[in-house]
Write a protein that binds this ligand. Sequence first.
Ligand SMILES: Cc1cc2nc3c(=O)[nH]c(=O)nc-3n(C[C@H](O)[C@H](O)[C@H](O)COP(=O)(O)O)c2cc1C
Ligand code: SF4
Ligand code: SF4
Length: 269
Amino acid sequence: MIFYFTGTGNTRWVAKTIAEAIGEELLYIPQLIKEQRYQFELQEKERIGFCFPTHGWQPPRIVRAFISRLVLKGYQSHFCWALTTCGDNMGEAMTIFNKELAKNVALHADDGSPLQAESVFSVIMPESYVCLPFMKTDPIDKERRKIEHARQQLQHITGIIKDSKRGIEELEKGGTPRLYSYVIGAYFNQKMVTDKKFTVDEDVCTRCGKCSKVCPVDNIAGTPPTWLHNGQCTCCLACYHYCPVHAINYGSITRKRDQYYFNRRGDQK
Ligand SMILES: Cc1cc2nc3c(=O)[nH]c(=O)nc-3n(C[C@H](O)[C@H](O)[C@H](O)COP(=O)(O)O)c2cc1C
Ligand code: SF4
Ligand code: SF4
């Protein structure tokens, strides 16, 4: 089984590519949360996978919340792997992910050993973060290059997962990963993961309802949209990127930014 989260589709494509290649079941974390499905029965030799985007050099808030409640019945020494997609680098996101897994005692084997992702990967994908100075979507040629490279990398990663090879670490951590994850990323995730800065240009909005449809945590009501400020926004930026008329902004900075989601131009499979 593969548990995954995505905002703008990159991680869905990655998770689906792996799932289709080796016949894994795909489970979308926001849907599981909506259904309050946290408990799963493991078959003998079942592989457990997690795929998520990097948010501020850490796993997204929604992924952390999910794994804190996850119960995997029958867990002993099953092979577990995890993959994060990122625009540039993911810092210590996997270290943090494994620490969060270890905190959940419902994920410990009978001998007390915690579930850990033993093989871990990062895959660089087109940039989706656009809410800070210097953070922009990639130009088209860079976007395509990243996806082509990821496509090849996924063949290699799929082989590792299929053979349940343990101890593989293929991570793009960047130059000072601890600084980015534990200082800058910690600040980012505390202060900047918020829906308070979203606005809508009501005269531009066509009332299509797409923004509320794509929000993974049902945090958007009505058309033009109202953000519910219910503490669930995981800052995936799906509402911003999928709006067909760029009517949504985050502060004023995104007025000068483009939009992105996977296969926006219909040229990817
Ligand atoms: C809130 C937020 C924070 C992000 N932080 C990082 C980061 O720390 N490092 C990075 O390389 N990319 C970062 N990105 C880019 C995404 O990780 C990357 O584009 C990812 O593939 C998006 O996946 P998705 O399309 O499945 O949502 C961030 C994106 C968002 C929305
Ligand atoms: S409100 Fe927007 S950014 Fe927040 S979770 Fe929903 S779609 Fe993502
Ligand atoms: S996606 Fe854009 S146009 Fe459609 S309802 Fe939302 S803000 Fe309006």
